[in-house]
Design a protein around this ligand. Structure first.
Ligand SMILES: CC(C)(COP(=O)(O)OP(=O)(O)OC[C@H]1O[C@@H](n2cnc3c(N)ncnc32)[C@H](O)[C@@H]1OP(=O)(O)O)[C@@H](O)C(=O)NCCC(=O)NCCS
Length: 194
């Protein structure tokens, strides 16, 4: 059973017992069971990023970059060099970051800044199990619905297909210039359920 523990933007942590009970006296959780039949029944838990996640989340980001099939080697090199635990900590200070934990290890990391997806990475060893989709659902649920009706992302070329199957539409190409490299992205948006 997939449980997403959330308390608005104050998601803190979650623990599940083998029986699937949730513990933490000082935090209120909303528990959401994934009802999508295409998803495996028991992947892991999603919880808010915590400081000790910086190292594993950063290693995961590097692994994703290294194995990205569509990213030019020169761009990979710049982005991998820029990736670090410090950058991961900075992201978590700037916007909401969540992780998916599988068997005690971080298998995915994702972040949303108001209504912009800023981060979505699944450990290559755990891809195609539904984790990316669950993290995406979670990010969408964290967008303040009173302020925004849409969510958007500048998708890397290799993730465009993934966003499309989750209802995102391409709205044009955008190139970012980072560290002397051109990074091609596709601007993608989705209307959120009201
Ligand atoms: C994109 C990403 C987050 C998807 O995570 P995931 O856990 O593998 O996704 P899910 O298992 O929930 O969904 C997989 C489904 O999405 C679709 N999908 C996933 N990646 C895809 C891709 N590159 N192209 C087309 N469709 C894709 C497929 O339908 C796939 O189904 P399948 O597993 O039966 O083939 C993951 O591949 C990843 O971290 N990629 C590298 C980093 C990246 O590009 N992140 C996006 C930054 S904007």
């Amino acid at each position: 059973m997939i449980l997403v523990a959330a308390a608005g933007r104050s998601v803190i942590s979650a623990m599940s017992t083998p029986e699937g009970e949730w513990m933490r006296a000082d935090v209120k959780y909303t528990m959401v069971k994934s009802d999508k039949p295409s998803r495996p029944a028991d992947i892991g838990i999603i919880r808010q990023y915590q400081p000790e996640d910086a190292d594993p989340a950063s290693n995961l980001a590097r692994a994703c970059l290294m194995l990205d099939p569509l990213m030019p080697p020169a761009v990979k090199e710049v982005l991998i060099r820029a990736e670090s635990p410090a950058i991961m900590r900075e992201r978590a200070n700037l916007f909401y970051v969540a992780v998916c934990v599988v068997e005690g290890r971080i298998a995915g990391v994702a972040g949303v800044d108001m209504n912009e997806i800023r981060l979505l990475l699944v450990d290559p060893e755990h891809q195609h199990k539904g984790i990316g989709g669950l993290l995406l659902d979670h990010l969408e649920s964290m967008v303040p619905s009173g302020l925004f009706r849409d969510i958007f992302v500048y998708s890397t070329p290799s993730a465009v297909g993934f966003y499309r199957i989750h209802g995102y539409q391409a709205g044009g190409e955008h190139t970012f210039h980072v560290g002397g490299c051109n990074i091609p992205t596709t601007f993608m948006t989705k209307r959120l359920a009201s």
